[in-house]
Design a binder for this molecule. Structure first.
Ligand code: CMP
Length: 388
């Protein structure tokens, strides 16, 4: 059994997949939400004093829990895998300076402030805790890292859009300053003050607190509004394609990883594998699930990554395990499914649909020939047993 520190690290590591680790993550999110709710309740005047006092106690408990969690994470930090051997002190320092470490430190500030008497928990001043704790949610949301990655990947088109935005913003502010400066010296008397109108108009917010009064000023206003719509559309397009690309890339890596575990694909070269990976989807089934029903039309075949299934051929049963495939006969023979296939244990499978199967047959004939040979053997076996 691994030492206690390693076991606690495995429970607290955001990358851990286990049930206990995911329960702890959920518990932490719940704690953050309870903390935010109790601090928020403390700021509502209509809440009864007794309820406010209870909220303050809950806020205190949450603050102490975050403090304990911080100390625990600091203790287990040396367990973090790192390419270079580092001393325990250095590993802890590295974790403290990491984004997660800094955010966790912020979440600890309320408890430290309360203990040192700087802040009275439950008071109006505690509302600042919401800001500190809400940051902690970012370390638990799985998509936050992906958003950061998309912004990083798309930094040059985003910078180009920001440049266009700045050009239009400053040009609009300068021109309206010339046109409107004399009539409305308060709003357009200087370029910095005209920037407020330009920003509100360019972002299509349009508060309406400052409005150009000259005819030319209004024409400029219209042009700035149109530019604003164009810039926002450009930003939305860049980010949407960035997200789609990133999701596709992640899915590719995940499927690649699964394909590598199926020995059937091991003899195929890297280029062919990348062609196959793009056509496969992963699916998980619990134990006892019917994956294929006899007599159904077959629209896909399956490769088992992990788990065991049972092929039910009347009274005869055949077990298939990691690395085996099934569901190929209906695709090859263009006939209904010849048997029921039911999972015995939880299974992860890779699914190849019929259209991709035939395309693959054209591009990877050796692979499909190997599937065909096995199907022939199975058919002969079933015929001999009088099953089909
Ligand atoms: P299909 O007919 O599409 O659906 C049922 C699947 O069970 C079939 O494809 C095969 O993949 C599988 N199967 C049928 N007979 C056997 C066998 N004798 N051994 C292993 N698998 C089989």
């Amino acid at each position: 059994m691994p030492p206690l520190r390693a076991r606690i690290f495995a429970l607290l590591d955001p990358a851990s997949q286990g049930l206990a680790a995911s329960r702890i993550r959920r518990l932490e999110v719940l704690l953050i939400l309870i903390g935010i709710a109790s601090v928020s309740a403390g700021t509502v005047d209509a809440v009864a004093p007794a309820a406010r006092a209870a909220a303050a106690v809950i806020t205190g408990i949450v603050a102490v829990a975050f403090f304990a969690e911080y100390l625990l994470r600091l203790w287990v930090a040396p367990e973090m895998p790192h390419p270079h051997a580092a001393t325990e002190r250095r590993s802890r320092l590295r974790w403290m300076l990491s984004p997660e470490g800094v955010i966790d430190l912020f979440a600890v500030i309320p408890a430290v402030a309360a203990v040192s008497g700087g802040v009275r928990l439950g008071a109006e001043s505690a509302s600042v805790f919401v800001l500190l704790w809400v940051l902690k949610l970012a370390t638990h949301a799985p998509g936050v890292k992906m958003i950061a990655r998309v912004f990083h990947n798309e930094r040059s088109p985003l910078a180009a859009t920001a440049a266009v935005f700045a050009i239009v913003l400053f040009s609009a502010a300068t021109i309206t300053h010339w046109l409107e400066g004399e009539r409305q010296p308060e709003a357009f008397g200087s370029i910095p003050s005209a920037l407020w109108w330009a920003m509100v108009t360019l972002t299509t917010t349009g508060y309406g607190d400052v409005v150009p009064q000259t005819a030319l000023g209004r024409v400029i206003g219209g042009v700035v509004m149109l530019c604003g719509i164009a810039v926002l559309a450009l930003l939305a397009g860049i980010l949407a394609t960035g997200f789609a690309e990133e999701l596709r890339r992640r899915e590719f890596v995940r499927i690649w990883d699964l394909v590598a575990r199926v020995p059937f694909f091991s003899e195929v070269g890297a280029i062919a594998i990348s062609d196959i990976v793009g056509r496969l989807r992963s699916r998980s089934y619990p134990a006892g699930a019917t994956v294929i029903q006899e007599g159904e039309t077959g629209d896909s075949m399956f490769f088992i990554v992990t788990g065991e299934v049972q092929v039910r051929l009347g009274p005869r049963m055949k077990a298939l395990r990691d690395g085996d495939f099934f569901g190929e006969m209906a695709l090859l023979d263009r006939k209904p499914r010849s048997a029921d296939v039911v999972t015995v244990t939880p299974c992860t499978v890779l699914v190849l649909n019929v259209a991709d199967f035939y395309q693959l047959a054209g591009q990877q004939p050796a692979l499909v020939a190997a599937i065909e040979t096995e199907a022939k053997r199975r058919r002969a076996e079933d015929r001999a047993a009088g099953c089909s």
